[in-house]
Design a protein around this ligand. Structure first.
Ligand SMILES: *[C@@H]1O[C@H](CO)[C@@H](O)[C@H](O)[C@H]1NC(C)=O
Ligand SMILES: *[C@@H]1O[C@H](CO)[C@@H](O)[C@H](O)[C@H]1NC(C)=O
Ligand SMILES: *[C@@H]1O[C@H](CO)[C@@H](O)[C@H](O)[C@H]1NC(C)=O
Ligand SMILES: *[C@@H]1O[C@H](CO)[C@@H](O)[C@H](O)[C@H]1NC(C)=O
Ligand SMILES: *[C@@H]1O[C@H](CO)[C@@H](O)[C@H](O)[C@H]1NC(C)=O
Ligand SMILES: *[C@@H]1O[C@H](CO)[C@@H](O)[C@H](O)[C@H]1NC(C)=O
Ligand SMILES: *[C@@H]1O[C@H](CO)[C@@H](O)[C@H](O)[C@H]1NC(C)=O
Ligand SMILES: *[C@@H]1O[C@H](CO)[C@@H](O)[C@H](O)[C@H]1NC(C)=O
Ligand SMILES: *[C@@H]1O[C@H](CO)[C@@H](O)[C@H](O)[C@H]1NC(C)=O
Ligand SMILES: *[C@@H]1O[C@H](CO)[C@@H](O)[C@H](O)[C@H]1NC(C)=O
Ligand SMILES: *[C@@H]1O[C@H](CO)[C@@H](O)[C@H](O)[C@H]1NC(C)=O
Ligand SMILES: *[C@@H]1O[C@H](CO)[C@@H](O)[C@H](O)[C@H]1NC(C)=O
Length: 764
């Protein structure tokens, strides 16, 4: 066996060497025994998801000694335990080692790293390492950059005292606790970047009593449990340019004046700390070079006047405070201001004339969740993103927005705007005008090559027909027209939009059939969410109606966690599409929409005929509502194949036959109602179904079995339970229902947070 693998190894080596030498990269100049160690190292792990040529491309050897000096592992290459006897620790000549973004889940950091005592750069971030940082790390005396961030490391602060060459230290997002030996920051003349964010560090810093020289430029201590005492010593690092102290949990308010000695400071983040009011009023108490300032959630009650002197300010985040009154005029004159978030305060108006913002340099402006009244201000000429949702702006949408050529995201939802919709919607990427009092029809002015992806004009007073020029918006993904008075036939023509994923026409005056003359499938290729409830749709659906709903027919499990619909690819903001949904018998307003599920709501129309058997193809369907129509015939057996189904409402139709037994095995089905039909026979006795309230099955032709009291076997005795009071029974059923849903959570489809636009304010 041993010979065998040895031979294999040599064969592999020969292969690799020949291919590598051909392309003259990676292993060129590496000695054989070093390559052997590299191969051994690779074989210690599950590297199936690894691109083999990438692995060797990340290797560099010294071209005189042939020793491996650099190893940069590709992202997501290795899974497994890093053992103390790993071949990695034979590569004694490594100067640069980067293993970050792999999966060494539950490995501890072997003390053998100290064998690699020529290391200058060591990066182990995002690997799932656990346990303590071994003390032997202090033997790596040439180390200039150490990154062990985003692991599960515990214990006290790593012993970095003796690492005199250290210039970059990142231990952020671990579980390291206790005091930081702050003297270490003073004793290291080369240290310039220190990131300790997101640990459990406590205590204060010993104040240096003599002067010291330091190169410290960036210090990030946020998300720890430090004492406010640390602020005083920090103010002595006069070389600091970048200081992040968010959410420190200090026991008394932080006074901004403490930082007045930091003349070079350009980035300051104090979000999530209580600030002392005195520090916010006096002028020039802080570096005049500040470019980015984040004071979100600091309990600020008045517009901070000291900002007037910050002529270099580019980004200001004072969201989530309790600032009342007017936005001062001078804010718009700060010459370099680009991003401003005033969201979630009590602001009511703008000082100055209606065009006070027009000549400002601001590009990203978030006014959401305030108490602004009166007409919308003219947006700045350079505006890219304007969010003003959830205020009480009145009047019409200024036509000037059509003249702002760089404006791409416009969110004016939840205001009291009147008038018509401007004719330039196709210039934008996101338009959200939901819940205003807009009237007229959607302008038929969508031009070819339009960039529009999200259009939400729900809850207005729109009339007329859907503009056929919407067909030009080939990037459209999300269209919400619910709760208007649009009178039109079903927009079959929208199937020309290759990316359309969500369409809601709920509560309008749409009418006519929703299936085509040829009785074929509806076949919108990417559609996952279709809500046409509460209209006047009529006719029947052909059996193949749901064939070719490709996006809804396959179940994608997003491994990276929850992915919501929206635009993520902008460095300055994220927008998340939101939707109201009746779901599991509940109503949820404006939840975020997961990209991996499908929902269908055809309720409250006049649809008739059978429920199409092809519904069983929609593997990703989690909510189906066909209630309050005129459907006849049986419940399709194929519904038992929709295994993700959580909510099924077929009530108030004329369905007959029995309930398919397969529904009893749908393990996520938390809500079902088939009340008011002509169903009979035994209710499938799955745990999900018998936990439903009785009312879900009432008013049928002859259903029996739990949760109804009628048994299916003749006229036997009443059920075991002894219902004394109707109230008690009701309560019990509610509890049962909660019990059933709790396990699966309310938010499988939706995130619970209300989202819309989030301005990304702090660059990392
Ligand atoms: C592997 O990486 C190389 C170079 O980076 C690239 O050309 C190749 O397409 C990749 N192969 C796979 C299967 O991803
Ligand atoms: C070794 O590499 C260095 C730079 O990578 C290059 O300048 C030098 O010419 C190389 N020496 C030999 C012998 O290839
Ligand atoms: C380490 O590799 C990751 C990619 O896996 C990269 O993002 C990071 O910048 C590298 N770190 C260093 C110090 O080169
Ligand atoms: C490393 O140690 C493990 C036991 O911890 C052993 O199974 C393995 O064979 C050793 N590997 C090498 C290369 O010595
Ligand atoms: C890491 O590996 C473990 C098992 O080795 C696995 O359970 C886990 O899902 C993996 N994590 C990631 C992010 O791939
Ligand atoms: C550090 O290195 C010295 C020799 O350079 C060695 O004696 C000692 O054991 C090492 N310490 C650790 C913890 O590896
Ligand atoms: C640091 O170095 C000194 C002297 O070289 C040595 O005595 C001490 O043990 C070292 N400290 C650590 C934590 O390795
Ligand atoms: C609008 O803001 C108020 C508080 O200012 C909040 O109560 C309400 O829920 C918000 N509306 C939406 C839709 O978020
Ligand atoms: C748009 O700009 C043009 C020229 O820049 C101007 O003539 C026109 O009046 C502007 N329209 C509006 C609505 O401001
Ligand atoms: C919105 O405007 C209508 C009249 O158009 C008014 O009746 C209503 O009170 C306003 N709502 C708010 C919150 O100001
Ligand atoms: C549906 O159409 C009928 C007439 O055909 C009309 O009376 C009714 O109001 C319409 N319902 C809706 C919701 O538009
Ligand atoms: C359920 O799906 C399977 C395989 O996808 C199929 O063979 C079967 O006919 C389906 N059952 C029903 C009742 O449609």
């Amino acid at each position: 066996m041993i010979t065998m693998s040895y031979m294999c190894l040599h064969f592999l080596l020969a292969l690799l060497l020949s291919s590598v030498l051909m392309i003259n990269g990676g292993l060129a100049g590496c000695r054989h025994h070093q390559i052997k160690s590299l191969l051994h190292f690779k074989n210690e792990f599950d590297s199936r998801s690894c691109n083999h040529s990438d692995y060797f491309n990340g290797v560099q050897c010294d071209n005189t000694t042939g020793a491996v000096t650099k190893l940069q592992l590709p992202t997501g290459c290795f899974t497994g335990i890093l053992k103390p006897n790993s071949s990695l620790f034979e590569l004694h000549h490594l100067r640069y080692l980067n293993l970050s973004h792999n999966n060494f889940t539950s490995s501890s950091l072997p003390s053998q790293f100290s064998n690699l005592n020529k290391l200058e750069v060591l990066s182990l971030s995002s690997n799932g390492f656990t346990g303590k940082v071994p003390s032997s790390i202090s033997n790596l005396s040439l180390l200039s950059s150490l990154d062990i961030s985003q692991n599960e490391l515990t214990g006290s602060f790593p012993l970095v005292h003796n690492l005199t060459n250290l210039s970059i230290l990142n231990v952020s997002y671990n579980h390291i606790s206790g005091n930081i030996p702050f003297s270490l920051l003073i004793m290291k003349p080369l240290l310039s970047i220190v990131d300790l964010t997101g640990n459990h560090l406590t205590g204060s810093i010993d104040i240096p009593n003599s002067s010291f020289s330091s190169k410290l430029e960036s210090l990030r201590l946020g998300g720890n449990e430090f004492d406010a005492q640390i602020l005083e010593p920090i103010s002595k690092y006069t070389t600091l340019k970048d200081l992040d102290l968010f959410s420190l949990n200090t026991s008394y308010p932080i006074d901004l004046r403490l930082f007045s000695s930091l003349k070079l400071l350009t980035n300051l983040r104090l979000s999530g700390n209580q600030l002392s009011p005195a520090g916010l009023t006096s002028r020039s108490n802080i570096s005049l070079n500040l470019e980015n300032l984040a004071l979100s959630g600091c309990g600020i009650t008045q517009f901070p006047n000291f900002l007037t002197s910050l002529q270099s300010l580019e980004l200001l985040d004072i969201s989530n405070n309790q600032i009342k009154g007017k936005v001062p005029e001078w804010l718009w004159n700060l010459p370099r201001l680009r991003t401003v978030s005033l969201a979630n305060n009590y602001l009511t108006s703008f000082k100055g004339r209606g065009d006070v913002l027009e000549n400002s340099s601001v590009r990203i402006l978030d006014l959401a969740l305030n108490h602004f009244t009166g007409p919308l201000p003219m947006p700045p000429l350079s505006i890219n993103l304007l969010s003003a949702w959830n205020n009480t702006f009145t009047g019409s949408i200024p036509l000037e927005i059509c003249n702002r050529t760089s404006l791409t995201v416009l969110d004016l939802s939840y205001n009291n705007l009147t008038g018509t919709i401007p004719p330039c919607l196709s210039n934008f990427i996101v338009v959200n005008l939901r819940k205003n009092n807009l009237e007229g029809s959607l302008p038929d002015m969508f031009h070819d090559g339009a960039s529009l992806r999200t259009l939400d004009v729900g809850y207005n007073r729109l009339t007329g027909k859907l503009p056929r020029s919407l067909m030009n918006c080939s990037s459209l993904k999300f269209v919400s027209l619910d709760h208007n008075k649009i009178k039109d036939t079903f927009p079959f023509w929208l199937k020309a939009l290759p990316d359309l994923q969500a369409l809601t026409l709920r509560s309008n005056k749409f009418y006519g059939p929703i299936s085509t003359h040829d009785k074929g499938p509806l076949a919108f290729p990417k559609l996952r969410i279709l809500e046409i409830s509460d209209n006047n749709f009529t006719g029947s659906l052909p059996p193949s109606f749901f064939v070719n709903w490709k996006a809804s027919s396959s179940l994608q499990t997003d491994e990276g966690g929850r992915i919501y619909m929206g635009d993520y690819n902008n460095p300055y903001y994220s927008y998340e599409d939101t939707l109201d949904l009746q779901y599991k018998g509940l109503f949820m307003e404006q939840g975020k929409v997961l990209t991996s599920y499908a929902t269908i709501d055809f309720s409250r129309n006049e649809l008739q005929g059978r429920i199409p058997e092809s519904i069983g193809l929609l593997k990703a369907l989690i909510a189906l509502n066909l209630s309050n129509n005129l459907f006849t015939g049986p419940i399709p057996l194929s519904l038992a194949n929709v295994t993700e189904l959580e909510s099924l409402d077929l009530s108030n139709n004329q369905l007959s036959g029995t309930i398919p037994q397969g529904l009893g095995s749908l393990s996520f089905l938390a809500y079902i109602s088939v009340a008011h039909n002509q169903l009979k026979g035994e209710i499938p006795q799955g745990t999900q179904i018998i936990g439903q309230p009785k009312s879900s099955f009432e008013y049928n032709a002859g259903l029996c079995g739990l949760p109804l009291e009628e048994t299916c076997f003749g006229t036997s005795a009443p059920p075991i339970q002894n219902h004394e009071k109707e109230d008690e029974e009701e309560e019990e059923q509610v509890l049962n229902w909660k019990g059933v849903t709790a396990g699966y959570g309310l938010g499988v489809l939706f995130g619970l947070a209300i989202a819309h636009v989030t301005v990304k304010t702090y660059k990392r």
